[in-house]
Design a protein around this ligand. Structure first.
Ligand code: ZN
Length: 147
């Protein structure tokens, strides 16, 4: 008799997306620190997490903004600095509360009042991989920061 593994495990868990330790630095505002089961470490700024909020509303908003940016770029003048959309100033968003959701995610409440974002570890791990792709893997590469 053959038992396929996924019959025993209804939720397939990517072992790389399992955190060994999770720290949410609310008071210092430093962000979320995760050590993954495979030994990798991530540090996510609250601002980044707010921008990458996975909730439906933010997903919609991002899609709309990306579509607008593509349209804007096509119509933009080629002179640098004369683009149609200057980034608006916004105060830095930080988290004011965090709570675990089951054992698979954390929910963050941000200083702008937004709290519907549930960050699954699978999502955070994919974010980690995305960021790691963009920058060279050097762990001590922030000389301006004293811990
Ligand atoms: Zn959201």
């Amino acid at each position: 008799m053959i038992l396929l593994p996924y019959f025993c495990m209804p939720i397939p868990i990517d072992s790389r997306a399992k955190p060994a330790s999770v720290k949410v630095h609310i008071t210092s505002g430093e962000g979320v620190e995760i050590v993954w089961a495979d030994g990798r470490q991530s540090r996510f700024d609250f601002e980044l997490l707010r921008k990458q909020c996975p909730c439906a509303a933010c997903n919609d908003e991002r899609t709309r903004r990306e579509a607008a940016a593509v349209r804007g770029m096509a119509a933009a003048s080629p002179i640098p600095g004369m683009g149609p959309s200057l980034p608006m100033f916004r105060p830095k968003v930080r988290a004011v509360a965090a709570k675990p959701v089951g054992n698979y995610a954390i929910q963050l409440t941000f200083s702008d009042g937004h709290s519907t974002g549930i960050y699954s570890f699978a999502y955070l791990r994919s974010l980690h991989d995305e960021l790691a792709e963009k920058q060279p893997q050097e762990s001590e590469s922030s000389p301006g920061r004293v811990q």
